[in-house]
Design a protein around this ligand. Structure first.
Ligand code: ATP
Ligand code: MG
Length: 729
């Protein structure tokens, strides 16, 4: 066990072996935060004798959770049975199923995906006689989602305008519909868990006592709901160990709030704060570019990133004629780097701002015959046939699920048109039951009372389907997901429905077979685990580490990962930063952080790519290079096969200086040695950042360097002689 710790640097060791109580590890990319967190789990189990059952470790993506589990297994030399390690959402789903008796839904609830959620918002709007064109469902949905992430329930939804009033009503109806479908959306998983822990002292106590140690990766991306539930879960033992980096916070639009770092320090004032400084991932050339970019963020001061990996190759800048040429450059470069045999395809990652940018890249890879993996739930789980099959299984699992019923009731066509479905729903409403339950009843008893409200032909069709459904429900708990799926596919002749012998038809069937392969991984009878896996599939999920292929992924999906060679494409204003963010300074800062996250994924080589023209709606238009490229001093870059000679852009130098003026510049050091004035724990005041607390201070190059935590802005490293700090008594 100790060999695991010996390989770490002193600060990392300090974090891994920290005693009881709250711990905050804040550090830059590649400094070993995730490694520290996994080592600590192994240390707690292997050295401190903590039972895995008493440990909870959470992160954001399934991919990250899997990697974490693998690392822990490696460190311990075997699996740790009983350890709770997973994404926030999966962990909450499990807890809610176990505690469903305290909640207004059943333990076999289904989890609605983005599309289902939008359908439900539309249904709610319709129920309230509100016009979809005036109140666009995605906008309303977004407002609801934000409220949920802030733990605001419908009745407490703040109303300042007519629009707010509409959202409040739709939110309320939307929640009712979810409950009557026995369904939860993604946000609900967090919301209900936080709510349950808040309202129910005995449940809270049960979990708070159980989880002696709670560890959280990527803490900067937690939202209010996540923070609250972490607080409740850690309320008994208070051993909350969080790691993160405010500079990598990229989920503000999903309610992430990096101020949780400040809340943490306030709520756990006795927390040990540990800063890691050395980067183990990237070459210095890559780190220098990363620093140049993130240092433009006016709310922070320079955080020095250093590595012992050596200078490495300069970062390459490539200017392409258009986005097609960008893709060609990527493919050509990969071909030439792999030709020498020293690199494999899995060493390469191509990153971009929006999913849609992947299409041209995919085409280029296909044309060149280079295998690639596209990371993104969209491609696979967004397919019609996949959604159909999943909807069938969800309906079998929970016949009250109306969204799934709507999807499959007439797919394949079986004579149940819109009108018939409407009569079914109307009748169900009258009988105060769900359409699915009524169908089951009709399948059981074709002469069911009141069914004569529906005309006989339509009724026969409904009875037939009800009978199928009834038979499936009867065996659902005794069949494995695979057997259940095969049974349904066969009963409804699904293959002949989607596979018409064309290429597309075959493709569709191929996708269904792919889903069967996934189902085959679940060997226990019952659909729970399988449906949960499918519902919580994240952006990173289609990425498998083993096969030899390049990886294509969005910058968001790249968080926490690392690759020897990284291409960032589409570095044009409007794409990165995204045009949506132009008017919002906060959003622009987040775009900048996103670029920073991308840069810092690279271990050995980094290519930054932009183009002169971009194709939109079939037309090619001239576009400007990303303003973020201006942040990078020209001498840090190498230009690849320039399509035209590139002079440092006019005004670039001055512009940079201007920006620097606003930041806290570290100038050449004064020669005279100084004494330490600042002690950890001292309260200080800064003219622009307000009140703060000193965490650390050290003498360096004749000046005092102070780490201060400011409420509202976060952790700052300051040069004492320049920082205009006032010590408060
Ligand atoms: P990010 O902010 O991007 O999530 P991180 O801080 O979580 O980064 P890790 O992924 O834990 O960083 O570590 C980055 C790389 O450096 C990994 O390959 C890790 O194994 C390696 N590493 C970390 N610490 C050490 C160490 N002390 N010695 C050698 N390698 C290390
Ligand atoms: Mg990490």
């Amino acid at each position: 066990m100790m060999h695991l710790i010996e390989k770490l640097n002193p600060q990392q060791q300090q974090a891994v072996t920290a005693g009881l109580g709250p711990v905050l590890v804040m550090a830059g990319p590649g400094s070993g935060k995730t490694r520290v967190l996994t080592s600590r789990i192994a240390y707690l189990i292997g050295e401190m004798g903590v039972r895995p059952y008493n440990i909870l470790a959470v992160t954001f993506t399934n991919k990250a959770a899997r990697e974490m589990a693998n690392r822990v297994t490696d460190l311990l030399g075997g699996v740790a049975p009983g350890l709770t390690l997973g994404t926030f959402h999966a962990t909450c789903a499990r807890l809610l199923r176990r505690e469903a008796q305290h909640l207004p839904f059943d333990d076999n609830f289904v989890i609605y995906d983005q599309d289902d959620q939008l359908d439900l918002v539309k249904r709610a709007l319709a129920d309230l006689n509100l016009d979809e064109k005036r109140h666009r469902p995605p906008v309303v949905h977004n407002a609801i989602s934000n409220a949920k992430n802030e733990l605001i329930l419908p009745d407490a939804y703040p109303v300042q305008s007519y629009l707010d009033e509409v959202v409040r009503r739709v939110y309320k109806r939307y929640q009712e519909l979810l409950l009557s479908n026995n369904a939860l959306d993604f946000d609900d998983l967090l919301l209900w868990t936080a709510y349950l822990l808040e309202e129910n002292a005995s449940v809270r106590e049960k979990y708070a006592r159980r989880f002696e140690h709670i560890l959280v990766d990527e803490f900067q991306d937690t939202n209010q709901a996540q923070y609250r539930l972490l607080r409740h879960l850690s309320s008994f033992h208070r051993n909350l160990f969080v790691v993160g980096d405010a500079d990598q916070s990229i989920y503000r639009w999903r309610g992430a709030d990096y101020r949780n770092v400040l809340r943490f320090q306030k709520d756990f004032a006795d927390a040990q704060v540990i800063l890691l400084e050395q980067n183990y991932r990237s070459t210095q050339a890559i780190l220098d570019v990363a620093m140049a970019v993130i240092d433009q963020n006016p709310q922070r001061i320079r955080k020095h990133l250093f590595t012992e990996r050596g200078a490495g190759q300069k970062v390459v800048l490539f200017e392409a004629y258009d986005d097609r040429k960008e893709a060609e450059f990527v493919v050509d470069t990969i071909r030439s780097l792999t030709a020498r045999g020293r690199m494999g395809l899995s060493d390469f990652a191509v990153m971009y701002r929006t999913n849609a940018q992947s299409r041209l890249l995919e085409e280029a890879f296909l044309q060149a015959g280079i295998p690639y993996k596209l990371v993104g739930a969209q491609r696979f789980y967004g397919r019609r046939e996949i959604k159909d099959v999943i909807a069938y299984l969800r309906l079998v699992h929970n016949p009250n699920d109306e969204i799934s019923l709507t999807r499959v009731i007439n797919a394949p066509t079986r004579g149940i048109g819109e009108k018939t479905f409407l009569s079914l729903r109307t009748l169900a409403l009258r009988l105060e039951t769900s359409p699915g339950a009524l169908l089951l009843e009709m399948g059981r008893n074709p002469e069911a009372p009141a069914a004569d409200a529906i005309n006989s032909r339509a009724r026969a069709a409904l009875v037939n389907f009800g009978d199928l459904l009834r038979n499936w429900v009867a065996v659902k708990d005794s069949l494995t997901p695979l057997a259940m799926m095969e049974r349904v596919l066969e009963d409804v002749h699904y293959r002949s429905y989607i596979d018409d012998g064309t290429d597309e038809g075959r493709d569709r069937w191929e996708n269904v077979l792919e889903l069967r392969r996934l189902a085959a991984e679940f060997q226990q009878p019952g659909l729970d685990a399988f449906l949960e896996r499918v519902a919580l599939v994240s952006d990173q999920d289609t990425l498998e580490g083993t096969t030899n292929a390049a990886t294509l992924l969005t910058l968001h999906a790249a968080k926490g990962l690392e690759f020897p060679v990284v291409f960032i494409t589409g570095l044009n204003d409007g794409t990165l930063p995204h045009s949506r963010s132009f008017d919002d300074p906060e959003a622009m800062l987040e775009e900048c952080r996103l670029f920073y996250v991308g840069i810092t994924r690279a271990k050995d080589r980094l290519y930054l790519i932009f183009s002169q023209n971009r194709t939109a709606y079939g037309f090619s238009e001239p576009v400007a290079p990303s303003r973020f490229l201006d942040y990078i001093p020209y001498d840090l870059l190498d230009e690849a096969q320039p399509t035209r000679s590139r002079q440092p852009r006019k005004g670039q130098g001055e512009r940079r200086l201007e920006r620097w003026d606003a930041a806290e510049v570290i100038p050449s050091r004064p020669a005279a040695p100084v004494e330490r004035r600042y002690q950890p724990g001292m309260r200080v005041h800064h003219p622009s950042w307000g009140e703060g607390m000193v965490l650390n201070s050290k003498l360096q190059d004749g000046d005092e360097i102070v780490d201060v935590h400011f409420a509202g802005v976060g952790l700052k490293r300051l040069v004492a002689s320049l920082a205009r700090l006032e010590i408060k008594v």
